[in-house]
Structure formats: structure tokens, C-alpha cells
Design a protein around this ligand. Sequence first.
Ligand code: SAH
Length: 378
Amino acid sequence: MTTAPPERKSAPADPPPSTALERRLVELIRAHGPISVADYMSDALFHPNDGYYMSQSPIGARGDFTTAPEVSQIFGELIGLWIVQSWIDIGAPDAFTLVELGPGRGVLMRDILRAASLKPEFLKAANVQLVETSGRMRHEQQKRLKDAAAPVSWKDAFDETDDGPILIVANELFDCLPIRQFEMTEDGWRERMVSLDDSGERLAFSTAFAPPLALSGAPAEAPAGSIYEWGAPGEDLAEEIGGRLAENKGRALIIDYGHVRAGLGDTLQAVKGHRAWPPLAAPGLADITAHVNFDRLIERAFDAGAAAFGPVAQGTLLDRLGLAMRVERLSAGKPQDVADTIQSGAFRIAAASEMGELFRALCISSPGLPAPPGFEPA
Ligand code: SAH
């Protein structure tokens, strides 16, 4: 994730160091020409040796960014209750797959399973499958889930998870899936590329000369200089999830930050050490993300025959799932400083001025199921 709360706004004062990955990309571009923003993002985040998720410790106070489950255990507990209710809504099957996409340090799944312990039949039926591409992150997940109350296994991709009844959760996965960017020029849309600056040694943005071969969803007219973003991998995943849920009973809860309507604008951003970072500087050392376009995810899920609910603001969802009551229960009888920490954590994940409004929750669902908890029409 890469929201930029106030303390993260300023960019580093010194020019960031070059990295091995940057030098390799410079060589590649010199030999073969500019690469797309998506290819850049993909290498910067997932290059097998030097990609950010493969080589760094991204999440937590000592990492570069923090996420809702890391801020407050209440996040995972309320989502755990959402998942248990969803299991009941799909008929409480005695075997089902509980999938998490992009589980980070495994904190969310740990809290989900703890909250679910109030329904032992749920835990007995659950087969947990974690979809994770980074070996480093898998190691973190293994540490946190070694005593899990349900069997846990790892998969490289969603299409490797088991068929049958399924419940899926993904928090801040879609924002790190690569996007392409297009800029409106006098001659129409042109792809924004990553190329070399005047020195020929550092990376810089440029614009392709030829029109794009394919460009899905961009408006025909837009002011010159407008940026349109297209996140094909995220959209394809939404369609894949939709297809699975059209065939098998279940629901997916997707939480991320982004826009509800397809908008124009450059949302590519990088974060290092909890501060904003120039996206092309020192690839592999900083997290890079883009806003999620929920409209497009919904469209693709519909195309695949699924239903969708929301998105609703994260704060609204958590409030409806019983945030206030959970804070009260957890704080009862605790020393003041502990109670304060519980309350400030809850404030951060749910207040509109913090993560509560920027982050949204979307539910992709099998057709014919009732509105999921927290998504009831107002
Ligand atoms: N959900 C976690 C972590 C978010 S960071 C949290 O809320 O704290 C993104 C996570 O997704 C990391 O674990 C990263 O390694 C993983 N990831 C990135 N791309 C992925 C992909 N295509 N498939 C599966 N996991 C991916």
C-alpha cells in the first residue's frame, strides 16, 4: 500500500542511490528501447532477486508502510466475523476453501482465524490457501500461522486454489498489481513509458510515438496531458474471481484504496520509510502502487457471471460490523495506556480523516446470495 499520510508527504532531499535493478533496467532500455510503466512496476516489485517484495521487509513500523491489519487487530477480527457469516450465508458447507490473496505478514489471517474460533464448525470445515508470490513474505506468513487452527497451504496463483465453496479475502493486493499509463497528446492517447534521462544513466518518463495497439476503457476526449491508467492484471484477476464465484458458492472481500468511478489522473506512487518517494528512483528499494479502479473490477466480475456489492468505505464497513462494541470489549479492564492504543488503532483504520474513507471494500459474490454483512443498502 502507499497512502501518504501527512508524515509521508516530503520527498527525500538527496538524490537516491542507484540500485542493481536500476542499472539492469538502464542497460535493457539502452539496448531495446523504453519499457511500459507496467513492466517497470512489475520488475521493481517482483523481480526474482531484486524486486521490492522479494528483497525487502516492506510492512510494519520498521518497514516502509503499514496496513490496517498491522495497525489494529480489530480489523482482522471484524473481517473474521464477516467471513464466518458468509460461510453461514452459503449454507455452512462442511468443507470449503478460505483463500487470502497477498497475505503480507500473515497478520490478517491470524486474526481472522482467532475471531472464527467462536464457530468451531467453521474452523473444522476451512482449508486455508494463501496465494503469495514472494518467498520472503511466505516465510513471514509461515511464522505467524504455524499454530493455525486450520490446515494452511501456499499457492503461486489464484487459479491453483481448490474448486468448491470458497471465501476469499484480499487486503491491499490489487494496489500493487501493475498498471499501464497513457497520456493524452495532440495526436490522441499515447502510452507513458519508462526511458532514460539526458545523461543516459538514470530512468525518466517518456511518451510513445505510436498509438497504443489496445486501450481498454479510456474516454475518447480528455484535456491534453491527462493520464489514463489501465490495470489489466487486476481486472483479469477480478474476472477470474468472478468466474470462480459464478461456478462455486462463495464471496470475495476486496479491500483497497482507489476510485469508484474511472477517473483520469496519475496515481502511481512510491513510498519508502513511511515517506513519499520518486517512483523511478532506486527501483527495488521502495514500494510502488497505484489506485484501484473499482468500477472496472465490478464490470469484469459481472462479465464473468458474478454479482457485486459496494464498494463501501472501509470505515462504514467496520462501523457496521461492530467496531465500537469491539473497542469497548477489548478495552474493558485494561490499563489506560493499553485502552488508548486500542482506541487510536480503531480510529486510524476507520476515521474518515485516516484510512476510513480512502480505503473501500468491494464484495464479489455468487449470484443469488443475500447482501453480505455491512453491505446492506442504506
Ligand atoms: N494483505 C497484507 C499485505 C499487503 S502487501 C496486509 O494487509 O498487510 C501485498 C502482498 O501481496 C505482499 O504479501 C506481496 O508479496 C503480495 N503479492 C503481490 N503481488 C502478488 C500476486 N500477484 N499474487 C499474490 N500475492 C502477491
